[in-house]
Design a protein around this ligand. Sequence first.
Ligand SMILES: Nc1ncnc2c1ncn2[C@@H]1O[C@H](COP(=O)(O)OP(=O)(O)OP(=O)(O)O)[C@@H](O)[C@H]1O
Length: 257
Amino acid sequence: MSQEFVLETRGLTKEFRGFTAVDSVDLQVEKGTIHALIGPNGAGKTTVFNLLTKYLPPTRGEILYQGESITKLKSNQIARKGLVRSFQISAVFPHMTVLENVRVALQRPMGNSFHFWKHERVLDKLNDRAMELLESVGLEEYSNTITVELPYGRKRALELATTLAMEPTVMLLDEPTQGMGHEDVDKVVELIRQAAVGRTILMVEHNLGVVSKLCDKITVLARGAVLAEGDYANVSQNPKVREAYMGSEDAEVKGAH
Ligand SMILES: Nc1ncnc2c1ncn2[C@@H]1O[C@H](COP(=O)(O)OP(=O)(O)OP(=O)(O)O)[C@@H](O)[C@H]1O
């Protein structure tokens, strides 16, 4: 048992009809850290995330969470154990208000999310907690806004609030700053930093500036395998990493400053 690692993969492999998208990946995520999974397009990052959150079954290998094998568990089972993925496509209900979305998320751990419309009064009791969560992501003034009307960056903040409602121990963030302008990126970086207090975060992130600011440890994937690992300074100087990113050194330098 490796207690120091809250999340670990051993020989994790995914083949799609003979094509190896994830190749014997040994990932070790230390408790209390913000860990990034980076790599060029097609490196296998999304597939690793899909394996970790059980959207896909692995071809081979093992996944351990808090020292226990979760290889055979389902998505909802691991979410209940505290391994929760955020920033998924449509993680929120667009036609509910912002507050309603958080209340629904607060109901999820209780396993009765499908009956939320029947218990309006019960849900009202959750308002305080929901407002607290909205405050924690700076959305209190948007509580009565219909979610579809939220600006993009705010929608992401709401997704973070709905994830926090599930009281995750480990949060998996899938490209949290994707498609955002500078200002929103800075806000989300700050939110992630706050959300990371007392938790562990594993994130796939293309913006290397964000990675350099936030992450304690970086695992670089290339062609499905781990190419390098370390802190940003280490990894960004690694010639193998620079080569794998071919021509994107510019982006790296720009992104980091
Ligand atoms: N369901 C699938 N069937 C076949 N091949 C797949 C499938 N999913 C992913 N792949 C292939 O596996 C490889 C890894 O893809 P993946 O999406 O995990 O990479 P990524 O690092 O997330 O890329 P990006 O940065 O572009 O999102 C790619 O070559 C992709 O075409």
